[in-house]
Write a protein that binds this ligand. Structure first.
Ligand SMILES: Nc1ncnc2c1ncn2[C@@H]1O[C@H](COP(=O)(O)OP(=O)(O)OP(=O)(O)O)[C@@H](O)[C@H]1O
Length: 287
């Protein structure tokens, strides 16, 4: 299938303060593609470059070289106006539902803002707002209330509704459930999946939480020090990681359920054995 988003050899460097200080290279030649309707999970430790990659796709990071193509068209280095035109295709949901919504605006205004900017009439926008609220499981009277009246989980539903208002084909989700409690996380994750099944939207789903990424992703990419060290389908990467960093990352992740703990123990044993030389394995087995 043709990719919706194709990133090739992407280098992003942040300028450093100070005379003659060399810029900091946050992405060191990243290549990745996302297909229509696919969720690409992006995991990696803090500082590995996940958010930078998401921001580069949104045109918010200083790209030094490489390319980002959306539907075959180069989108890095677009002017502001061209970027704005692209916002109906590429949207974002951020981590913090408290700072990403203006607390004093009504939900109706928050959701109709992107619609009016596209020239949608007031009455059509009202209808679309009602539809969007329904899509994310909020009552229609939410339109008259203000963002400050809603819980974190509800606010994240509103942020998702806002991202969906223009029917984008790709949403960059940057840690969209990290600020929520576990039960709310599960509900919001299911909402992401349900919306995708209905609309065919693709997600670049950034999270430091492996169980979250496993739950939503078709494929998973692992970042390490500004590079992607492994990409594969979720099961492959999580159950049979190839890169030593991915193996460490997955073995260190907490596994709350006793059955999963048992599976994890077996996986860990297998990995340790696989890393041993044949003679070490034989002698270990003999003990
Ligand atoms: N605006 C900036 N200016 C300078 N350096 C930056 C900037 N933004 C990020 N960095 C650096 O780039 C590297 C990658 O940061 P990034 O936020 O992309 O990582 P991350 O994997 O998303 O981390 P986290 O999971 O903690 O959000 C880090 O070393 C960070 O300090």
């Amino acid at each position: 299938m043709t990719a919706l988003l194709t990133i090739e050899d992407l280098v992003v460097s942040y300028p450093k303060k100070g005379f003659r200080a060399a810029p900091f290279r946050a992405l060191k030649g990243v290549s990745l593609d996302i297909r229509p309707g696919e969720t690409m999970g992006l995991v990696g430790e803090s500082g590995s470059g996940k958010t930078t990659l998401g921001r580069a796709v949104l045109g918010l990071a200083p790209v030094e070289s490489g390319s980002i193509r959306f539907d075959g068209r180069e989108i890095s280095g677009l002017s502001r106006r061209e970027r704005r035109a692209l916002s109906s295709d590429i949207q974002v949901v951020f981590q913090d539902p408290y700072s990403s919504l203006n607390p004093s605006m009504t939900i109706g205004s928050i959701l109709s803002e992107p619609l009016s900017a596209r020239g949608v009439s007031e009455s059509d926008a009202r209808g679309r707002v009602a539809e969007l609220l329904d899509d994310v499981g909020l009552p229609s009277d939410a339109a008259q209330r203000r963002a400050r009246d809603f819980s974190g989980g509800q606010r994240q539903r509103i942020a998702i509704a806002r991202a969906l208002a223009l029917e984008p084909r790709l949403v960059v989700c940057d840690e969209p459930v990290s600020a929520l409690d576990l039960t709310t996380q599960a509900r919001v994750l299911d909402l992401f999946i349900e919306i995708q099944e209905r609309t065919g939207v693709a997600y670049l789903f950034i999270s430091h939480d492996l169980s979250v990424v496993r739950h939503v992703s078709h494929r998973v990419a692992v970042m390490y020090h500004g590079e992607i060290v492994e990409v594969g389908n979720g099961d492959q990467v999580t159950a049979r990681p190839v890169h030593p960093y991915t193996q460490r990352l997955f073995m260190a992740a907490p596994v709350p359920h006793p059955r999963r703990q048992e599976v994890r123990r077996v996986e860990r044993r297998r990995l340790i054995d696989a890393q041993r030389t044949p003679s070490e394995t034989t002698s270990a087995a003999a003990l």
